[in-house]
Design a protein around this ligand. Structure first.
Ligand code: GTP
Ligand code: SPV
Ligand code: MN
Length: 596
């Protein structure tokens, strides 16, 4: 077993750890990745030769690749994801827990010899921006070129990360092997006390791109609590009004609930004069700045976005971003070597579907998997913010929680204060999506969109949010939105996408004290005429009677369901959350008809 020349001899801890892991996995070869263009070309060629990826039409989609994952490996596997803290209590009731000794043994048995006949790539990566105090460094060892090529887009990978690390031993140790891709030998384990992640048996997205959900959320949330900052499943977007003032908003929506789309929003014609700037589409790290505001960075360098539903009308910025240097996973491959998915215009007559089988438009089968994705460099996004690589981050004026709710949750409301806002985030719910395996469309509680990503006890996480509120001299205002209310025929009532700016406008005007609101039992609702409806097919009456209507019976049932969830959290649940719940119930029971 031989390492290449790039071995950083100045970092003995790193070299020793790589050797130890190589002894376990027994690869034929070890390759240290430097992140160079030459390396990209070499690895791409190798991945094409061994069939790990396919080339796409290089004239129409330059430097783009096509990948198909195993049929049983198309999404995050929450039931196989574990927090392996020494004490089960630290993982809490919402996480799967495994004793760390047991986990190392169990996964070690699967890793043992799993890289025989394969190469182990050493992928150093930086989560954050060179020179930023927010930064964390990880090293991922993997036997998947697909992972290396994705990590190269999603993170700042190679030399830049090793330079930043120097001889320090402060890095996240990530070990990944596809092994044999068997579901019964698939585990995603986090060892927060060891700053270690072991992922085996998968080759898909959030299971294996260890910088993303594993480090930047699960491990980082653990570190953030210890170190006094926050790691959140949030987009970051800057909204510039016609006067040139920019407000930055962060939004926590569960997987496949609209973060990428909101981050890249294009203003509708009636809101001309507004500009929207993309800072991040999935993860935000937030710290208190010296000016007393909350500042955020996007620790990632790329987008791993949902393909279905993305088109030139719904998300033109994403479409422009993915025309080159992009990896498409589990979409339909057209006969001309371009790609297609459900919701993209121009239905092709035929192609090869995500399973690798011939497909025709009349076959009745999906051409692309509902969780098919594109991996693209953030720098290619036309709306990328000039501030997106500012090591200080951007100041956050408002945090928006959001869910996918066909009923109950109104288009938008504002919390009364930070504590109430934390309760709103803690009690939010959303319908499950194809981003994780399991049933789709089931309403479940997903506090702050972090249910699958919080690396520690959920009650302690709420406590951390409450504490942060006390520590931030000028905290952002907290809101809740829902773009997904349906009518009786199952159609979305709100047009969504670009028109969501109408709601962001109200939110920003609430922050700046301009927009009017009325008090309802659940929070402040927009006053009838304070949301701009110009150019929309929705009457003010319809807005009031559907999108902004609070049905008291529905909400009392909602509050009961919230309580069932809080009961599961047990004794770490902060009293403040219970108090807010009691106050909500009291307001609901006092209310008669609360139409705006
Ligand atoms: P993850 O990457 O899984 O975290 O997802 P995300 O939160 O970034 O979701 P994304 O923006 O990719 O949207 C997921 C799906 O919802 C896509 O099919 C979108 O087309 C659709 N979608 C996004 N925004 C809206 C909206 O405002 N209205 C409607 N009806 N659909 C939307
Ligand atoms: C999500 O599921 O929230 C994603 C995709 O952003 S994954 O990287 O697979 O987690
Ligand atoms: Mn996500």
């Amino acid at each position: 077993m031989k390492s290449t020349d790039q071995t950083p001899m100045n970092n003995k801890t790193l070299v020793a750890w790589v050797e130890e892991m190589a002894k376990l996995c027994q690869p034929d070869k070890i390759v240290w990745c430097d992140g160079s263009e030459e390396e990209k070309i070499r690895l791409t060629r190798q991945a094409i030769e061994c069939g790990e990826v396919e080339e796409l039409n290089q004239e129409k989609l330059p430097s783009c690749l096509y990948a198909r994952s195993a049929e049983n490996d198309v999404a995050r596997v929450e039931h196989l994801t574990f927090i392996c803290s020494r004490s089960q209590k630290d993982a809490g009731p919402t996480n799967n827990w495994m004793d760390p000794r047991e986990a190392y043994k169990k996964l070690g048995d699967i890793f043992r010899g799993s890289m025989r006949g394969r190469t182990m790539y050493v992928v150093p990566f930086l989560m954050g921006i060179p020179g930023s105090p927010f930064n964390k460094i990880g090293i991922e060892l993997t036997d998947s070129i697909y992972v290396v090529l994705n990590m190269r887009i999603m993170t700042r990978m190679g030399k830049v990360a090793l330079d930043e690390l120097g001889s320090s031993s402060d890095f996240t140790r990530g070990l990944h092997s596809k092994a044999d891709l068997r579901v019964d030998r698939r585990y995603i384990c986090h060892f927060p006390e060891d700053n270690t992640i072991w992922s085996v048996g998968s080759n898909y997205g959030g299971n294996v791109l260890l910088g993303k959900k594993c480090l930047a959320l699960r491990i980082a949330s653990w570190l953030g609590r210890k170190e006094g900052w926050m790691a959140e499943h949030m987009l970051i977007v800057g909204v510039e009004n016609p006067r040139g003032e920019i407000h930055y908003l962060a939004g926590a929506f569960p997987s496949a609930c609209g973060k990428t789309n909101l981050a890249m929003l294009v203003p509708p014609p009636s809101l001309r004069g507004y500009k929207v700037w993309t800072v991040g589409d999935d993860i935000a790290w937030l710290r208190i700045g010296s000016d007393g505001r909350l500042w955020a960075i996007n620790p990632e360098a790329g987008f791993f976005g949902v393909a279905p539903g993305t088109n030139w009308k719904t998300n033109p910025n994403a479409m422009a971003t993915i025309q080159r240097n992009t990896i498409f996973t589990n979409v339909l491959k057209k006969l001309d070597g371009t790609v297609w998915w459900e919701g993209l215009e121009d239905l092709p007559a035929e192609g090869i579907d995500w399973r690798g089988r011939p497909w025709t438009s009349t076959s009745g089968e999906k051409g692309a998997h509902p969780n098919s994705r594109f991996t693209a460099p953030a720098s290619q996004c036309p709306s990328i913010s000039p501030e997106w690589e500012n090591p200080r981050g951007v100041p956050i004026s408002a945090i928006i929680f959001g869910g996918r709710r066909a009923r109950v949750a109104p288009l938008v409301y504002q919390s009364f204060d930070w504590q109430h806002g934390v309760f709103v985030g803690a009690s939010m719910a959303s319908e499950t999506t194809a981003a994780a395996t399991g049933r789709v469309g089931v309403v479940r509680r997903d506090p702050m969109a972090m249910l699958p990503f919080c690396g520690y006890n959920m009650g302690d996480y709420f406590r951390h949010w409450l504490n942060m509120g006390r520590k931030i001299p000028h905290p952002p205002k907290l809101f809740h939105v829902n773009w997904f209310r349906m009518d009786e025929t199952g159609k979305f009532i709100w047009p969504g996408f670009g028109d969501n700016l109408r709601v962001l406008e109200w939110i920003i005007e609430r922050v700046t004290g301009k927009a009017e609101a009325v008090e309802s039992p659940i929070g402040y609702l927009p006053k009838a005429n304070s949301i701009n409806l110009e150019g929309l097919n929705i009457s003010r009456e319809k807005l009031e009677s559907t999108l902004l209507n609070i049905d008291l019976d529905d909400w009392i049932a909602e509050a009961e369901s919230q309580m069932e969830f809080f009961n599961k959290i047990g004794d770490t649940l902060p009293q403040e959350i219970l108090q807010e719940h009691q106050k909500l119930l009291k307001r609901l029971k006092r209310g008669t008809s609360v139409l705006v």
